[in-house]
Write a protein that binds this ligand. Structure first.
Ligand code: GLA
Length: 719
């Protein structure tokens, strides 16, 4: 029974895989959190009120209760999951459970991305209805638990069933008291070109927060936060984590209460969000995905990988190998014409690539990044045959054809801006802050959404496009839509996201065959919200292979390899100036959606030959990297050797990848233990060496790495 109600204990137990999540309705109809951890039977737990009674007058019962949905103004002193300001300016809520309903499968939110089921047997759901009697606020808390993995999702639906407007001032998708302390916090921190670096710090007294107010999930922090037992590592120990299925600003925090117990929360960022609910209106929070693992960080990541690969990503490309692409950006930047593009494409075909992507610079009069965003018509001076003509010629070379767009933006120097100067985010009477000489279109406005849908669809339906790179290259300023009344202007960022999701749904469902890859100055919007619409994301603008070890390792904490764009680029690398051998560049990129970011016309004959062989190998291995279980083995943050492996679902095939950055003198050969193999199976390498599974698991395999920038990629098959 995935969701069990125990009448005598007044508990609901949600169970899936090896995990249970237990809630309790107390004598005053408050919804309390009892447990989240290894699986338990539905009658295992009783709530002991004395556990949580503090008698000092400063510690009101509510402030120390393990509330599942902490609210404002009635004794909860932290950031509430639900904060409401009423017409009189008071912020007081008191939620009582009115009813609870167990539902088969997983209901989906309207207009927001979410993980889904394909059969009702895959998950079960529990919907609580809670009410604040005075204001008329109704909160529906919708939980789902996936039967195979125990991943739990939660979202809140707020409805104003009263007679006066209510302003939502705080809205958290998940807020879980863990009943214990002495934990570590793990988050993914970064910046442009060095996104998602795992950072682990002790959870100490007080509060630890990460957030984005950028109007995008951002390069700086990912909407993910985990708490780990002190001793937990990649392979063992307990980990609790939350990830928000949302692409805009967010807040995540760990608050340690007076007993030293940690609470893990994620949701909307109240610094840049509020929402007025008129009587009868509703608002749904983004969905939080909550993953518990008793087998360390790899165990946690593997649950996210599988769930996102199979039940977040949708459409034609979900279960298909992704084409090997060559993107024009680092080979030509803005400096190209039709002939030059075709020259590059011809070489791309020669090395075995399958898709040629024309990046920035094909439209309006864009020869640098100072104009034309918004004018999505081809520049006939650069491409006289037009997009259709170019696409036909690329198709004739046996390649698919892809195109870059940055549809959410407008350049002040563009026909679109001249026609609609009020369509960008701005505040009357104030300068419009530019970044990369561009402004952001106000996607909270339906007419702007419609314009984007029409402009992009027009190009896609007329030009033979097989792939789209959907970019977004700056963050929000003056995000207070002029189309909204003053009291609603702080809704702009969230309305923008809802507008963006409407646009993405319209465009991606109108062109189901097109492969979409999202991008935001590289990985500035690498989040589950975007993956719901677009099955892959450009991991980072940093294409240096050594940096990519960190990028791919850090990104894999939450996101599957099938979501990561990974390209071989030219040397010296354009971001770091580093020169890494072609072999290692290829061996790193094969850990994601493989491609190129260079002009193969500049290769020597030997390099061309090496690249052709590399591409053939990637074609052999890409099903395994897309569908295999990913194991982080040695961290690039911990030493000079990095290793990871992909193990096929039937455990018969393993791809081991290991890399040495700078060699260390007088060091012993490094041995790495593989994971996820069958102990009693024999595995054979391509050069005929045989190993017993147990030997690989417990003694490991020696890595033949020598010198700087060396790599070792090896396939083992069970015999
Ligand atoms: C962003 C992307 C790059 C490239 C440029 C084009 O920075 O991340 O890959 O597309 O825009 O302007």
């Amino acid at each position: 029974m995935p969701v069990e109600w125990n009448e005598s204990a007044r508990t609901w137990t949600l169970s899936g895989g090896d995990v249970s999540y237990v809630l309790h309705r107390d004598g005053q109809d408050r919804l309390l959190h009892l447990y989240w951890g290894p699986r338990l039977p539905g009658d295992a737990l009783r709530y002991e009120p004395s556990d949580y009674h503090s008698f000092a007058s400063f510690d009101l019962p509510v402030s120390v209760l393990p509330s599942e949905i902490p609210v404002c103004g009635t004794g909860w002193f932290g950031t509430p999951a639900v904060g409401i300001r009423d017409e009189k300016g008071a912020e007081v809520v008191d939620l009582k459970v009115v009813s609870a309903e167990i539902l088969p499968g997983k209901p989906l939110p309207d207009g927001l991305p979410a993980v889904y089921t394909e059969a009702d047997t895959e998950a079960d759901s529990l919907a609580f209805c809670l009410e604040d009697a005075v204001s008329g606020l109704q909160v529906t808390a919708v939980y789902s638990v996936f039967s195979d993995s125990g991943a739990v999702t939660r979202r809140l639906i707020l409805k104003n069933a009263g007679n006066a407007p209510l302003m939502v001032t705080s809205l958290l998708s998940a807020s879980v008291p863990l009943w214990q302390g002495n934990l570590d916090i793990l988050h993914l921190n970064g910046a442009w070109a060095r996104e998602r670096r795992p950072v682990r710090v002790p959870a100490c007294e007080g509060e630890f927060r990460i957030s984005s107010a950028r109007g995008a999930s951002g390069h700086e922090e990912n909407p993910f936060l985990a708490l780990c037992e002190r001793g937990a590592d990649e392979f063992s120990g307990q980990v609790w984590s939350v990830n928000l299925v949302y692409s805009g600003s967010f807040l995540a925090f760990c608050r340690t209460d007076i007993f030293g117990h940690a609470r893990l929360s994620i949701g909307m960022n109240p610094d840049v969000f509020s929402w007025t609910l008129d009587p009868g209106e509703s608002l749904t929070s983004p969905e939080a995905v909550m993953v518990f693992s008793a087998s360390g960080l790899n165990g946690m990541s593997q649950v996210y990988h599988r769930l996102y690969r199979d039940r977040l990503v949708r459409g034609t490309w979900r279960d298909r190998s992704r084409p090997i692409l060559l993107n024009s950006w680092e080979s030509a930047y803005f400096d190209f014409d039709e002939n030059r593009l075709l020259e590059i494409a011809r070489k791309a075909a020669e090395i075995g690539a399958e898709l040629f992507v024309l990046d920035d610079g094909w439209f309006g009069k864009r020869n640098s990044d100072n104009c034309s965003l918004g004018d999505w018509t081809v520049n006939p001076e650069k491409i006289p045959s037009g997009l259709k003509g170019l696409s036909d010629q690329v198709h004739d070379l046996g390649l698919q054809f892809g195109l870059w767009f940055e549809p959410e933006m407008v350049s002040p120097d563009s026909d679109l801006y001249r026609a609609h100067p009020d369509w960008c985010l701005h505040v009357e009477g104030r300068p419009r802050t530019q970044a990369r000489q561009q402004l952001i279109l106000d996607l909270s406005r339906p007419e702007v959404q419609d314009y984007i849908i029409d402009a992009v669809s027009g190009v896609l339906s007329s030009s033979g496009i097989d792939y789209v790179k959907w970019d977004m290259n700056r963050n929000m300023t003056e995000a207070f839509s002029v189309s909204l009344p003053p009291e609603r202007r702080k809704e702009t960022q969230h309305r923008y996201m809802l507008g963006l999701y409407r646009v993405l749904e319209a465009v991606t469902s109108a062109f189901p065959q097109v492969l979409f890859e999202s991008c935001s100055g590289g990985g500035g919007r690498f989040d589950p919200g975007m993956l719901y619409y677009m099955p892959q994301t450009w991991t980072s603008d940093d294409t240096d292979a050594v940096e990519r070890l960190k990028l791919q390792y850090g990104t894999s904490i939450v996101y599957p390899a099938s979501a990561m764009g990974a390209h071989v680029s030219a040397v010296p690398n354009h971001q770091t100036g580093r020169t890494v051998p072609l072999k290692m560049r290829g061996d790193v990129a094969l850990g994601g959606n493989f491609g190129f970011e260079l002009d193969p016309g500049k290769f020597s004959p030997e390099e061309l030959e090496e690249t052709r062989k590399m591409v053939l190998r990637v074609k052999e291995l890409r099903d395994l990297t897309r569908t295999g279980t990913f194991w982080r083995l040695l961290s690039p943050f911990a030493g000079h050797i990095t290793a990871w492996a992909f193990v096929s679902q039937d455990q018969r095939k393993v791809l081991l990848c290991a890399y040495s950055v700078l060699s260390v003198p007088n060091s012993a050969p490094v041995r790495v233990r593989l994971r996820g193999l069958k102990e009693d199976a024999w595995y054979e390498t391509e050069d005929g060496r045989r190993f017993l599974g147990a030997a690989l698991l417990y003694q490991g395999i020696t890595l033949p790495l020598r010198g700087d920038f060396d790599s070792f990629v090896c396939v083992l098959k069970s015999v």
